[in-house]
Design a protein around this ligand. Structure first.
Ligand SMILES: Cc1cc2nc3c(=O)[nH]c(=O)nc-3n(C[C@H](O)[C@H](O)[C@H](O)COP(=O)(O)OP(=O)(O)OC[C@H]3O[C@@H](n4cnc5c(N)ncnc54)[C@H](O)[C@@H]3O)c2cc1C
Length: 448
């Protein structure tokens, strides 16, 4: 079966959905291919532990222009504030420290200040990340940057604990993406943390938002359970072939799949060498973020707390009381820097999570847990984007137009890299770029 469209969009995460909607609003015919049997990608509202949970991305902020515009547009701009933590626990040099937030901040702030001191000089115009030549730190890992601070064990563990909800391990990530992220938050890492992981969507969550966006563009043909196998570009048309052999011809394509999965699609002609170099990093894992998020339902109403541990020291590297939960229980958010430390089956997982949380709160009782394994999911092959050294700058090669093929997604976004905001920004930018290219082609055709 062959269909003909103006644009084929591959991947129905936030980037692909926004791109499809924007192109459709311009009167272009759009087909959207999604590999999974659901849309939303690494945002995933699911019923678990007795209520609706975000198993993927779910925290957003009013300082993020694209997501905030969408939330307002769809009457979802009533964000749920975080529950203030009455106590903070932080593991450093083998000992658990405990105190009010002010005590933790006093301990962690000096090292954070030094780590991000030059963020704004490095990225004075964050949406133009190449204004300053940062070649001297391009290949630097986060670990090397922290080494250079010459911290005591206690200081280092406290600092790494504050980063641990965002990273897999300091040795695999480049320093540049976090520096850039801080620069987008006025050089303030605390502000970046708040933007990335504090305020939740109102009831309905990311699923409601996605459904609302798709409802704006009923003419977009959405094909679920349709992984794209190959994309062939003859210079004026692209042919998209799915794994089951469905063929579609379009004037342009937007590929909005996670960076670790781009290599699973066969491109003709081959993607340019600089793009392949990024995609081939470390055996095809330019995103080394093998972390996961676990929701824990804990018995009874407990004192709101936050906890931090350096990545690799405990199965749970950051935790926070999220909100009161059904049946008089409490919902706790757990971020795990290494998903491999969290068992796939629920019984052992409950025990591992409870044991890790008891390091901080000795009498905590975990009733059950919920998780989605993004690392072993073939359509994500990793969690949120946190580039390897060289990757943040190198992603500009992927963002370029490649014949009739354009790329989008949070993994290659400039601002909001690794976040829903970046996905939406990147999807909208790809749509503008495709629309402009198609308009130009049409003008050329009419002149011939
Ligand atoms: C556990 C977790 C927590 C997170 N927390 C937050 C948060 O609190 N706030 C925040 O802003 N961000 C968060 N993020 C990141 C955020 O969810 C993602 O950056 C964003 O949703 C990615 O959107 P995307 O459209 O770029 O990619 P994706 O959402 O990954 O969408 C890509 C789509 O492409 C599809 N696909 C893959 N291969 C193919 C193929 N061959 N053919 C067709 N389709 C294909 C996939 O199935 C997927 O639907 C989190 C991510 C995870 C995993």
């Amino acid at each position: 079966m062959t269909g003909q469209y103006d644009v084929a969009v591959v991947g129905a995460g936030m980037a692909g959905i926004v791109a499809a909607r924007d192109l459709s609003a311009l009167g272009l015919s759009v087909v959207l291919f999604e590999a999974r049997d659901r849309v939303g990608g690494r945002t995933y509202t699911e019923t678990a532990l007795g209520g609706a949970l975000e198993l993927g991305g779910g925290y957003v902020h009013w300082t993020q222009p694209h997501i905030w515009t969408e939330l307002q547009r769809h009457q979802m701009a009533e964000l749920q504030p975080p529950v203030p933590s009455e106590k903070i626990y932080w593991l450093a040099d083998g000992a658990v420290n405990a105190g009010a937030e002010s005590a933790w901040l006093e301990d962690v702030k000096p090292a954070i200040g030094r780590l991000f001191a030059d963020a704004r000089q490095r990225f004075p115009i964050p949406y133009e990340p190449h204004v300053v030549d940062n070649g001297d730190i391009e290949a630097q890992t986060l670990e090397e940057r922290i080494d250079a601070l010459c911290l005591s064990r206690h200081e280092r563990d406290t600092l790494e604990g504050a980063l641990s909800g965002m990273i897999h391990s300091c040795g695999v990530h480049g320093a540049v993406q976090l520096l850039h992220g801080a620069a987008t938050s006025f050089g303030d890492y605390g502000a970046l943390l708040e933007t990335a992981g504090a305020w939740s969507l109102p009831p309905g969550g990311t699923k409601k938002l996605i459904d609302s966006i798709l409802a704006e563009c009923p003419s977009v043909h959405v094909h679920r359970s349709s992984p794209v196998q190959s994309i062939s570009d003859d210079g004026s048309r692209v042919t998209i072939t799915t794994r089951v052999g469905r063929l579609v011809i379009a004037r342009a394509a937007i590929v909005a799949v996670p960076i670790n999965t781009i290599r699973d699609i066969d491109f003709t002609p081959e993607l340019p060498r600089p793009v392949q170099a990024i995609l081939d990093q470390s055996g095809g894992t330019p995103n080394p973020l093998k972390a996961c998020k676990v929701w824990a339902r804990v018995r009874g109403q407990i004192e709101p707390f936050s906890a931090f541990a350096p990545p690799g020291s405990l199965p749970i590297s950051a935790a926070r009381v999220e909100k009161p939960w059904h049946g008089g229980d409490t919902l706790v958010l757990c971020m795990c820097a290494d998903a491999a430390a969290i068992p796939a089956t629920s019984g052992p997982r409950r025990e591992v999570v409870e044991t890790a949380l008891r390091k901080f709160v000795p009498d905590i009782e975990v009733v059950d847990t919920a998780i989605h394994d993004w690392v072993n999911d073939e359509f994500s092959k990793g969690a949120w984007m946190m580039h390897r050294p060289g990757g943040f700058t190198g992603a500009s090669e992927i963002r370029k137009r490649h014949g009739q093929v354009h790329f989008a997604g949070s993994d290659i976004a400039v601002v909001g890299t690794g976040a829903i905001e970046g996905a939406m920004d990147s999807g909208a930018a790809a749509a503008r770029s495709v629309a402009a290219a198609l308009a130009k082609d049409k003008l050329c055709e009419s002149k011939i």
